[in-house]
Design a protein around this ligand. Structure first.
Ligand code: IPE
Ligand code: IPE
Ligand code: MG
Length: 259
C-alpha cells in the first residue's frame, strides 16, 4: 500500500476559515459512511450545461470522498451511484452514466488498489450493460483481498427490491424444509441483503438538500444519523465531508435507550 497522509493537517491542508480541522476526533470516526450523491443535474443546469456534465463533475467529488474517508480511517463507504428508478431517466442520460461508470472505474482501479481500497457492488449488477458490468466485476475481483476501506458501490440498487430478494431467498428455504418460519430472525434477513457482513451505516449524508431516502438502504439505515447539506454533489469536497463528520461527532446516539 502507498504511504498515505495520516495527520489531520495533511488530510485537510487548506480548510476554510470557519472550519476547525483539529476538532475531528480520529478515534470516533464513523465506521460506515453512506452517501446519497445528489444534485449533479442542478449543478449543470445552473451553469447552462448538459446534465451529463454534472455527472462528470460529480466524479471528482466521489474520488475525493473515497480518498479522504480511507485516509481518516472510515472502514466502509457506500455510495449511491444509480438507483433501480434511475432507468426512468432519458435514454441518453442513462447511457452516458453507464459509459461514465465504465470509463471512471477503468481509469481509477489502479489507484484504488494502490490505496488498499476493496471494491464491493450492491445491486442488480447483472442487469447493467455488459461493458460496465464487466469492468465493475473485474475491479471487485482484483481488490477483493485489500485490507483498507471497503468501497461499496450501490449501482442498479433499490432497497425494496433488495428486501424482496432477501425474503424470497428465505421463503425458498422454508419451502424446501430447510428453515422453519418461526425461526427467522432479523439477523437472517440481514445476511441475505447485498450488505451481508457489512455493519449498518453510522452516518448517512445526502447532498443537494433533499430530505428523503429515495429507496436507499431502508433496512440498514434504521438507526443511522442523517446529515443533509444544500451543497450540490459536484461541489462536495473534503471540507464538506469534514463538516458532516463533525456534526456526526456531536450527535448523541441512543438506539431507543434512555441515556
Ligand atoms: C445524482 O444527481 C446522480 C444520479 C442520480 C445518478 P442527479 O442527476 O439526481 O441531480 P439532480 O437531482 O437532478 O440535480
Ligand atoms: C437518488 O437520487 C439516487 C442516487 C443518488 C443514485 P435521485 O435524484 O434519483 O432521487 P429523487 O428522484 O430525487 O428522489
Ligand atoms: Mg437527483
Amino acid at each position: 500500500m502507498s504511504q498515505r497522509p495520516s495527520t489531520l493537517a495533511e488530510i485537510f491542508p487548506e480548510p476554510p476559515e470557519d472550519l476547525d480541522v483539529q476538532a475531528l476526533d480520529l478515534d470516533r470516526v464513523p465506521q460506515h459512511v453512506a452517501i446519497i450523491m445528489d444534485g449533479n443535474g442542478r449543478w449543470a443546469q445552473a451553469r447552462g450545461l448538459d446534465r451529463g456534465e454534472g455527472h462528470k463533475a460529480g466524479i471528482r467529488a466521489v474520488r475525493e470522498a473515497i480518498t479522504t474517508c480511507n485516509d481518516i480511517g472510515v472502514r466502509y463507504l457506500t455510495i449511491y451511484s444509480f438507483s433501480t428508478e434511475n432507468w426512468k431517466r432519458p435514454k441518453t442520460e442513462v447511457t452516458g452514466l453507464m459509459e461514465l461508470f465504465a470509463k471512471t472505474m477503468s481509469k481509477e482501479v489502479d489507484g484504488l488498489d494502490e490505496e488498499g481500497v476493496r471494491v464491493e457492488l450492491l445491486g442488480r449488477v447483472e442487469d447493467l450493460p455488459l461493458t460496465t458490468r464487466t469492468i465493475f466485476k473485474k475491479a471487485a475481483k482484483r481488490t477483493r483481498k485489500n485490507t483498507g476501506m471497503t468501497l461499496a458501490i450501490a449501482v442498479n440498487y433499490g432497497s425494496r427490491l433488495e428486501i424482496v430478494d432477501a425474503a424470497t431467498s428465505l421463503a425458498r428455504d422454508v419451502a424446501a424444509d430447510r428453515l422453519s418460519p418461526d425461526s427467522i430472525t432479523e439477523d437472517m434477513l440481514s445476511q441475505r441483503l447485498y450488505t451481508a457482513d457489512m455493519p449498518d451505516p453510522d452516518l448517512c449524508i445526502r447532498s443537494s438538500g433533499e430530505m428523503r431516502l429515495s429507496n436507499f438502504l431502508l433496512w440498514q439505515l434504521a438507526y443511522s444519523e442523517f446529515y443533509v447539506t444544500d451543497v450540490l454533489w459536484p461541489d462536495f469536497d473534503r471540507y464538506e465531508l469534514l463538516r458532516a463528520l463533525l456534526a456526526f461527532q456531536k450527535r448523541k446516539r441512543r438506539f431507543g435507550k434512555v441515556s
